[in-house]
Design a protein around this ligand. Sequence first.
Ligand code: ATP
Ligand code: MG
Length: 558
Amino acid sequence: CNDSQSSLSVNCLDRHVHTAPNKVALIWEKDEPGKEVRVTYRELLELTCRLGNTLKRQGVKRGDRVTIYMPPCPLAVASMLACARIGAVHTVVFAGFSSEALADRIRDGKRLLQTDRGGKVIELKQTVDQAVRACPLVKRVLVSMRTEQKVPMSELHEMMKEDVCCEPAVMESEDLLFLLYTSGSTGKPKGLVHSQAGYLLYTAITHKYVFDYHDGDIFGCVADIGWITGHSYVVYGPLCNGGTTVLFESTPVYPNPVERLRINQFYGAPTAIRLLLRYGDEWVKRYDRSSLKTLGSVGEPINTEAWEWYFNVVGDARCPVVDTWWQTETGGICISPRPSSPGDEILPGMAMRPFFGISPALLDDKGNILTQNNVSGALCISQAWPGMARTIYNDHKRFLETYLMPYPGFFFTGDGAYRTSQGYYQLTGRLDDVINVSGHRLGTAELEDIVHRAVAESAVIGFPHEIKGEGAYVFIVLKKGTDVSQERLSNELKELVSKKIHGGSPFPTRLPKTRSGKIMRRVLKKIVEDKADELGDLTTLDDHEAVEEIIEGHKRLL
Ligand code: ATP
Ligand code: MG
């Protein structure tokens, strides 16, 4: 290879097989607790090569797109690495998606689809059959058998009897590695393109320095591999560093894998942390958590109460909590505390500091750079970094319009942030969701943080208000066993947030979220504006009943 060429699968596999072939690369924590499977680097390389040869035999060539529709499992990871090995471009689609959502993503990806019968109850193969009927360009479907149950086979069932050697394709650093969709929190998901060398470098160094990962540690990131967090911190970052990474088939809500697997770094979403918090401390304290060294949070702002519970109860006040801000677009963590730098202060609920090479800027509405501290503005990044997405697949115009044109000369993130008087960064929510009450611009994260102290979970949105232009409207999910009247809680909250909240809905049991666990405020906004028939793209909505419950509750209010 010359300087601009690399082989990503060699960096993630062969390199480590030379030095430590029997080191465990993956621990697959299956849906059946206590039946974890360990896969060494040598085994993962062999599986990857077999799959690479299988793909080649099916006619997959360099640059072809392969859709992977599988739950987190070693074969799914090997499929990603096999694509990288032969120079194909992968698109992993979250295995809970419907056939329409899958078909949408295949139409971008074309060519070949690989699936798994997976999980206890989800009939992935049926969904695939339906999706493929709508995608005439798909050439092959490869199926892996995860269960003993009978599966309707309308397509090929490929067995891997291939050679365990597969020559790695040498790639240019800017060749496509994968395309991946955003969570769809603010609208139709965007299929972002990541390239080879910069992406791998960025995930590897952020994994090492943000989580303070050391050789021999066991890294547990609970994200599904269908999201960017799964790509960067379940697969590529840890494997490039020769680490041992845990693959969770589903979110762990059964007895604690931290104790059984001796996990050293645990990385999850605030929504899961808030769910655990609702069950109380005992449930966590029953298990040995002495292996833990770093706790991470990602995906949404983490409210102060959840942060403190995570730090004090889960981490026994001895593990740094890293609130990591980043996006599908950024490839890896951009703003986060760095416990690998000893003595650095970490404040609750703050992403704190930019990572090496990231140069954040806050801009006002008119596009002026805010240079002072103690200001809020649109969070932008002022120079390119290795992990950034290169384009939106088949839609470079949308890429330019969304990220590069709003503030010329800057990458626009779509999020708002506050820079404290000490120069630390705190995310205030998405700019689309900012609420303007009598000229005061309020981020949803700031308001939700206050509300959270009284309740389990909340979502604040803006709604038209005759006098103030916009009012804040809050949806609240109560903590387990709380018995309080709507009126009393409403009055208490109004006191707490200095009367900034004007409206409230009957307490729903849950909030509408994306499959990756993010609150879909845009859906709530439409309901409050009486536009429940214009909810927009709902392909990534996790639970349609949550929306119906809120629509019903809102009707009762009227
Ligand atoms: P879409 O772009 O399709 O609307 P999405 O923005 O939710 O969906 P992702 O790329 O998965 O898709 O999520 C990135 C977004 O998640 C960020 O832009 C930010 O709004 C939010 N986010 C991620 N991490 C944090 C964090 N630590 N603190 C606050 N917000 C965060
Ligand atoms: Mg986004």
